[in-house]
Write a protein that binds this ligand. Sequence first.
Ligand code: IPM
Ligand code: MG
Length: 368
Amino acid sequence: MSNPSILILPGDGIGPEVMAEVRKIIDWYGAKRDLVFDVSEDLVGGCAYDKHGTPLHDDTMAKAQEVDAVLLGAVGGPKYDALDFSVKPERGLLRLRKEMDLYSNLRPAQCFDALADFSSLKKDVVAGLDIMIVRELTSGIYFGEPRGIFKEGNERVGINTQRYTESEIERVARSAFELARRRNNKVCSMEKANVMESGILWREVVQKVHDTEYPDVELSHMYADAGAMQLCRWPKQFDVIVTDNLFGDLLSDAAAMLTGSLGMLPSASLGAPMANGRPKALYEPVHGSAPDIAGQGKANPIACILSFAMALRYSFDNGAEADRLEKAIETVLANGARTADLLGEDGVTPLSTSEMGDAILAALDASL
Ligand code: IPM
Ligand code: MG
């Protein structure tokens, strides 16, 4: 059997720096655990625009459809702010999500014990936090038609459309219930059924999927604004949160910050199973391209490395090695290793991006 394949798309800003550390980890698995991957690399985002005039070349799109998993760094930067909307770096990422039909976006917010002091919330509110936001990723207001900026009388009007079909809601709900069964068996669904018809349908369909297929899972519903408030008040009440594309974008950034640093959080975007049984999948850190610190070796590679751990778990069915990698990161943090985004304690000198990568490799070695 051939080796599993990974397409690496480092992207822009700090993307290439953090991805270089992921490559070291991938190589470690080949050398020390006999887990060899066929790795190829390509461009996405602003760098793809610079070379090809498009943020995602058709050949890259085709490659992404063929591999077992895509790992993406980050896209965007001020250099591209003035570009036409249709070729902005973000369009490359959105095209990948849409054409690979990655409808289920898993965004865990987990607070490592060693970092509980970094949260803006009180330590007892976040210590031990472990929640999973499941964000619908291929529909809703990000993609609904009509959309655009139109002339109406003597002024312009900007239009986007929130649109969800029953089947789109059903499939993401199923993915949330499946995850909950492997966790603490609780799902909270968030929408705004009080003001949006799409929210009414969302609530009905999630309830129906629950009643007919997952009656054993505890289900609750919350308006998304109240959900945002509850996330800040007492996040540990949640296990799995399932929500639409836009609410999920907002709620996952808020949840991420509870854990102390956006530099820590991975994500998995999953679609339907391919012929080999693996889901279509793209893994990326939740953080952006951070152009202000790009190229300085200051970025925290942990979110991107944890994204590879998610790939081990969800694409390569290797929970044991995913656990090993997550444990190595926990150890390194417990021993006091910090990148610049995690400073705050007196007298701690920050590690560079590659020093953090090396520390994680050393912890992996020690785990053998
Ligand atoms: C995210 C980002 C993206 C989104 C951008 C970069 C298009 O904010 O993944 O959360 O809005 O989905
Ligand atoms: Mg976002």
